[in-house]
Design a protein around this ligand. Structure first.
Ligand code: BES
Ligand code: ZN
Ligand code: ZN
Length: 487
């Protein structure tokens, strides 16, 4: 989408839909004040009124509630409502008057970024497999957004561009999440990683296949991939945006391109949703693409273990004992707890081979997190308060929220194996989200690490700008984190 900022007045911008916010106790802007129907506009948050200043123009008045309650999240929602409205009139160009921030913490830059994010995310559709009805075509794609920002225009232009790049990357992630597992295979993800590398001088890709994964001793990834005919891939990307002396951040993402549960098979109901079990992997790949496009000055290593989790005559069986890349042995008591096995090897690889000094991992890891936090917060679990604080700040900035859950030696106790060092699942079924994180902690060599369990936030969040499908959760968070660290 083309995104532009102008210091000129909203009325001067050519668009199919002009949008303005209306706050409680305030009036529709003077330039539109005498338009018939203005009295219909209500300031209640999310209420819409469409005015026709003249034969050509459409003015959408979007209720924003109390001015002091205005923050970026409200504008993401408002922008998505406007996109939806534009679609009803087959509009392709939207112009927004940037609402003036309330006094206090919120800046015009964050509000403008939110308008851009809400518009781009809200415009995303997954309809490439639908046959077209020529009588009833789908709304055309929104092609252009202009933000009329008055005196703030120059100051916000940079943030607007970052928001555009991050939101487009989130939409690419959503496409990977939506595409079914017969399209998005581990090989497909590896090809996408190579494509990102070839688009940027600063990015290099390395992809390992089944034989190399075995040779290197990645017993977790081998064990999960044993049951599938689809080739697994260990995908690594390195981004060199700063000199070699600078620290390297590690981004690790779970990419199970379909999770049947394996021999510990899942129930049939809604199993189709398990095509999204690669959401963490897709998010870290596309976030890196956005960071490279922004040329942020830092070094990042991405590692994505990609495989299907299938059942077959060659699949791993409950009770099998495996050896992970770092030498620790694991009793696989539940083959549906596969994410932690592949992440364990990826974390070790990211720290030992790719040289990550601090790591964040994203994974649709447990059903338990959906019970605990719903779709509002991802779970954040960490061995390092300072590193966690940075991740939580990025979560807050972007509305991709995360809430800390604790680690404790008593949880760790649950992960001890009977005949091996660890077990991937305990019959006690206690604190499954924390259990999984305690397991992962065994594989980070004590490096500062944050685990984000995104099983609840990757899909079906229900916010206006992402709807009930894929959210691309984590892409905007990681870009924001990288910006913060690049200074
Ligand atoms: N991929 C699932 C977790 C999941 C659940 C993702 C819902 C998205 C939505 C994961 O591999 C899994 O099956 N976890 C099990 C672990 C259990 C067997 C210890 C779970 O949480 O139920
Ligand atoms: Zn599973
Ligand atoms: Zn899974």
């Amino acid at each position: 989408m083309d995104v532009e900022v102008t210091s000129g007045p909203l009325e001067g911008v050519e668009a199919d839909l002009h949008a303005v916010g209306l706050f409680e106790g305030e009036e529709v802007p003077e330039a539109f004040g005498d338009v018939p129907g203005t009295a219909d506009a209500v300031p209640t948050y999310r209420k819409l009124a469409l005015l026709r200043p003249d034969a050509e123009r459409r003015l959408l008045v979007v209720g924003l509630g109390k001015r002091e309650d205005l923050g970026p999240e409200r504008l993401r929602v408002a922008a998505a409502l406007a996109v939806n409205e534009a679609g009803r009139y087959r509009g392709r160009r939207i112009a927004w008057a940037l609402p003036e921030p309330p006094h206090g913490e919120v800046g015009a830059d964050a509000l403008a970024a939110a308008l851009v994010e809400g518009t781009i995310l809200g415009a995303y559709r997954f309809d490439r497999f639908k046959s077209r009805d020529p009588e009833d075509p789908p709304p055309p794609a929104v092609e252009r957004l202009v933000v009329a920002a008055g005196g703030d225009a120059d100051r916000i232009a940079g943030d607007v561009e970052v928001a555009r790049i991050a939101a487009e990357a989130a939409n690419r992630t959503r496409e990977l999440q939506s595409l079914p597992s017969n399209v998005v295979t581990p090989t497909y993800l590896a090809d996408r990683a190579r494509e990102i590398a070839s688009a940027h001088e600063s990015v290099n890709a390395e992809v390992l296949g089944r034989d190399e994964i075995e040779e290197r001793g990645m017993g977790g990834l081998v064990a999960v991939a044993k049951g599938t005919a689809e080739e697994p891939r260990l995908i690594s990307l390195r981004y060199a945006g700063a000199d070699g002396e600078a620290e390297t951040l590690g981004f690790v993402g779970k990419a199970v391109t379909f999770d049947t549960g394996g021999i510990s098979i899942k129930p049939a109901a809604k199993m189709e949703e398990m095509k999204m079990d690669m959401s963490g992997g897709a998010a870290v790949l596309e976030a890196l693409g956005a960071i490279a496009e922004l040329e942020l000055r830092l070094n990042i290593a991405v590692c994505v273990p990609a495989t299907e989790n299938m059942l077959s005559g060659s699949a791993t069986k409950p009770g099998d004992i495996i050896t992970q890349l770092n030498g620790k042995t694991v009793e696989v008591n539940n083959t549906d707890a596969e994410g932690r096995l592949i992440l364990a090897d990826a974390l070790t690889h990211c720290v030992r081979e790719l040289g990550a000094d601090r790591v964040v991992d994203l994974a649709t890891l447990t059903g338990g997190v959906v019970i605990a936090l719903g779709s509002t917060y991802a779970a954040a679990i960490s061995n390092d308060d300072d590193w966690l604080e940075k991740v939580l700040a990025a979560a807050e900035d972007t509305g991709e929220l995360a809430w800390r859950l604790p680690l404790h030696p008593e949880y760790k106790e649950l992960t001890r194996g009977k005949d091996a060092d660890l077990t991937n699942s305990s019959s006690k079924r206690k604190a499954s989200t924390i259990y999984a994180a305690s397991f992962l902690e065994e594989f980070v060599d004590g490096k500062p690490w944050v685990h984000l369990d995104i099983a609840g936030t990757a899909w079906d969040v229900g916010r206006q700008y992402v709807g009930n499908g894929p959210t691309g959760f984590g892409v905007r968070l990681l870009v924001d984190l990288a910006r913060d660290l690049a200074g």
